[in-house]
Every structure is written in structure tokens, then in C-alpha cells.
Write a protein that binds this ligand. Structure first.
Ligand code: SF4
Ligand code: SF4
Length: 157
């Protein structure tokens, strides 16, 4: 009985695909939900800083004036908090594992030129709207003050 089982296994193994792969010649395939490492699409990021606030290990640094986004990969615990809280969905988990290293490096990324232009344009429009709203408010206050000054002589009668 044991010999029959053994023969069956030998035959099955002879005709089935090997369970091992020829790594590194064959690229490794990762499971769908593997939390490899965080990547940021710098053409979409608006440097709002929410990912930095939500990161429990302080692995992310957002430098708005310098227009850079940085991550310390060896401080990251792949919790996905940054990915799930990014309002622009520019963050994602790449299923490939982080490459090993001997130093605790920081990886810094610049916004793309196109994204810099888009953000500058948005800031210009927002500044124009704010200036227009301020001017309208001042004009309204001046008109109210003028009306109040004009009404005073009548009040005195
Ligand atoms: S939360 Fe998203 S959009 Fe905001 S700084 Fe982080 S990566 Fe950029
Ligand atoms: S996955 Fe978690 S630990 Fe890693 S950078 Fe994002 S929030 Fe921080």
C-alpha cells in the first residue's frame, strides 16, 4: 500500500509543474494584496501634508515650500494609513518589496513640472478670488458707512 502511494506521488511530481521558480531569471509574482512599499505619483500629489500627519512612524516628510515629498523606507511599517488617507489618491502600495540596504536612507521626490504649474495656477486663482472678495467687502463697508453718515442729519430732526 505504501509503495503504491509512493509511486503515485512520483508519477504526479514527474508530470506536474515545479512549485519553485527560476528566480532571478523568472520575475517573482506577488500576491494581489502584498503590501510591498509606498509609492507616490508626483504628478498628482498636492503636498497637503495629510500623509505626514497620519503616518504612525513619522516615515514621511512633506516640504511644501521646497515642493518635495520624502519617505524613509526603513521606518515604514506598511500600515497603509497614508495611502488610505491621501485625498488625491496619489499614494499606492507597490506589491514589490523594498530593496534591502545597509543605510537608513531617505528617498526624496520633486513634484513634476506640470504639477508645479497646475498648483501655481490654482494658487494664483485663489489669490485673485480672495483679493476680489476683500475688495467687495471693503466697498460694502464703505457704502454702509456713507449711508450711515448721510442718514445722520435726518435723525437729528
Ligand atoms: S496626502 Fe497625498 S496629496 Fe497630500 S501630501 Fe500626501 S501624498 Fe501628497
Ligand atoms: S504605510 Fe504606514 S508607516 Fe508606511 S509611510 Fe504610510 S503611514 Fe507611514
Amino acid at each position: 500500500m505504501g509503495a503504491l502511494n509512493y509511486t503515485g506521488k512520483v508519477l504526479k511530481n514527474l508530470f506536474s509543474k515545479p512549485v519553485t521558480t527560476k528566480y532571478p531569471f523568472e520575475p517573482k509574482t506577488f500576491m494581489e494584496r502584498t503590501r510591498g512599499h509606498v509609492v507616490n505619483d508626483m504628478d498628482v500629489c498636492i503636498l497637503c501634508g495629510l500623509c505626514q500627519m497620519k503616518c504612525p512612524t513619522g516615515a514621511i516628510t512633506v516640504d511644501k515650500p521646497g515642493q518635495t515629498w520624502a519617505i524613509r523606507p526603513f521606518s515604514c511599517i506598511q500600515c497603509r494609513a497614508c495611502v488610505d488617507n491621501c485625498p488625491k489618491k496619489s499614494l499606492s502600495m507597490d506589491p514589490k518589496y523594498q530593496e534591502p540596504g545597509v543605510e537608513k536612507i531617505e528617498k526624496k521626490f520633486d513634484l513634476t513640472d506640470a504639477q508645479k504649474e497646475r498648483l501655481a495656477e490654482q494658487a494664483r486663482i485663489a489669490a485673485e478670488k480672495a483679493a476680489a472678495a476683500k475688495a467687495a467687502m471693503e466697498a460694502k463697508k464703505a457704502a454702509e458707512a456713507k449711508a450711515a453718515a448721510g442718514a445722520k442729519p435726518d435723525d437729528a430732526k
